[in-house]
Design a binder for this molecule. Structure first.
Ligand SMILES: [Zn+2]
Length: 519
């Protein structure tokens, strides 16, 4: 009998010794090797393999001593369900908490699960405020027979958050605010896990108490550079806290005011869209991103341990009474559905250019015109704006010289400063829309010449500019994919004559096919 007791004692002691006997780097390594093993088949959300990953993280959280947060259970089940929008106009997909664990036990593959755990703060008031640190644990699964192990994306972040939680538990008496430790499911499916938690916290009136939400996503490749934090513009004093934590942990950091890419999204997004300050933490895209080669043997474990150190320092500073944790109220353009009030851009255009003769059907032959310059746009609402460009424009056209068409042709060219201004009707969303423009233009011609003959007989003749001021109508159509690219055309039709050598008043008509880089 007594052997049995010794056996139980030893078996209880063993994991403790094992845990304490290992360094943080070794523990991080074993988490990543477990989560990114071929046996977990890429942890595809909703699969049995993702559930194995969940159970592993859950047992780590439990052994560290983390507490359940929602309804006495670390697990937050959720489903993705069709739902009629409040105005009754459309059907949307929403992630909502699943009341019943039956879904899970039935192994229905449309049920997902987050882990939400608590390290309670020690201040009687501030413990009701939260610093949330989360990492998604799902990945892409198996595609074309190849396992996408997702060691960097995001076994690395999951491992860092486990070890961060362990360290914070050891110093929990020094945490004034509470810390929420989260493992998100179904990030790769479209940020479903983080959306489910953000929605749930909002429903319970707890979301406003989240003072910072950090997503730790792909942090295993410090060897390629630095640790990057995006979102410092959402919280006052955030840059100072990051600098201090990075300095103390001997890590090289870069921080950015806001997340920018419209394509890459991480779990910060559902929180940021609800007005919560967020930070996206990553060592970047140096790893074989979303490729089957993203394996555990490529991870920089010493670097991952430094990242963990830095995040421990940052999280505990944020949980401290000394930090007021005030949001700035500013949101990344990526995290709002509104168009920014001001947009700037570079414009490159080219298109056919000819002259119309007043009161006549005669027009000169088209030659290309080229434009290069800047655009500025004010968006008064999401559907109405004003765009003004400042372009250097060079355009030519060809017409018969003299009365006799057989005498040969010559080219008339002019260089001008061109300022089209158009009121814009914007149809679509912030990220992709069609813009219809209607307005006018002003041009200042500072050079005009006439080229006749060709080869050796070519003669360039400067034209004396009598009418440098040009004006006319402008209208355009463009497709814009915010915040980068716009393409479309603007048509200009002059109402005033140019100094062409034609006997009658000649008016310019140009179609500019434009590509713009919007920033
Ligand atoms: Zn990821």
């Amino acid at each position: 009998m007594k052997y049995k007791h010794i056996f139980i004692f030893l078996s209880l002691l063993l994991p403790v010794v094992a845990a304490f006997g290992q360094t943080q780097t070794q523990r991080l390594e074993s988490h990543v090797y477990f989560l990114a093993a071929d046996s977990l088949q890429g942890r595809k959300a909703g699969s049995d393999d993702a559930r194995k990953a969940l159970r592993y993280i859950e047992s780590e959280y439990s052994s560290i001593g983390l507490q359940p947060f929602l309804d006495g259970d670390m697990r937050q089940y959720f489903i993705r369900r069709k739902y009629t929008t409040p105005n009754g106009k459309g059907v949307d997909q929403r992630v909502i908490s699943a009341d019943s664990v039956d879904y899970w036990t039935q192994k229905a593959n449309n049920v997902y699960c987050n882990l939400v755990a608590l390290i309670p703060g020690s201040d009687p008031v501030l413990k009701n405020e939260y610093v949330l640190v989360g990492a998604h644990y799902d990945h892409l699964g198996v595609r074309d027979g190849q396992v996408y192990n997702g060691a960097d994306d995001n076994a690395s972040g999951s491992a860092a958050v486990i070890e961060l939680a362990r360290r914070l538990m050891l110093q929990r008496d020094h945490l004034d605010r509470s810390v929420l430790i989260c493992a998100f499911d179904a990030e790769e499916s479209g940020l479903w896990g983080s959306s489910a938690l953000a929605n749930e916290l909002e429903l319970r009136g707890l979301l406003k108490n989240v003072k910072m939400m950090m997503s730790v996503d792909m942090v295993g490749w410090l060897k390629t550079g630095h640790l990057s934090f995006s979102g410092t513009g959402t919280l006052k004093n955030c840059s100072r806290l990051i600098r201090s934590a990075a300095e103390q942990s001997g890590i090289s950091e870069r921080h950015h005011g806001f997340e920018t890419s419209p394509f890459g999204a991480t779990d910060t997004e559902p929180f940021a869209k609800l007005g919560i300050p967020t930070l996206a933490v990553t060592t970047g895209l140096g790893s074989p991103y979303h490729k089957p080669e993203d394996d555990a043997d490529l991870i920089d474990y010493v670097g991952l341990s430094k990242v963990t150190d830095c995040l421990v320092l940052l999280t505990s500073a944020m949980a401290s009474v000394d930090e007021p944790m005030e949001p700035t109220g500013k949101v990344s353009p990526k995290h709002t559905d509104d168009l920014p009030f001001f947009q700037g851009g570079l414009v490159l255009g080219m298109g056919p250019n000819h002259l119309n003769i007043k009161n006549s059907a005669f027009r000169t032959k088209s030659l290309p015109a080229y434009q290069l310059g800047l655009l500025g746009q004010l968006n008064f609402t999401n559907h109405f704006g004003l765009q003004v460009d400042a372009l250097i424009d060079g355009g030519s056209t060809r017409f018969p010289l003299g009365d006799n068409l057989l005498e040969g042709e010559s080219e008339y060219g002019q260089l001008q400063l061109l300022i089209p201004a158009q009121l814009k009707l914007i149809l679509g969303t912030k990220d992709i829309n069609v813009q219809l423009g209607l307005g006018g233009f002003y041009g200042y011609v500072f050079r005009a010449d006439l080229v006749s003959g060709s080869g050796r007989n070519k003669v360039v003749q400067d034209i004396d500019i009598q009418h440098p001021h040009q004006y006319g109508l402008a209208f355009g159509l463009s497709v814009r994919m915010a915040p980068f690219i716009s393409f479309g055309f603007t048509r200009l039709r002059a109402l005033s004559g140019v100094d062409s050598p034609l006997p009658a008043e000649a008016r310019r008509c140009t179609t500019m096919y434009q590509i713009s880089y919007i920033f």
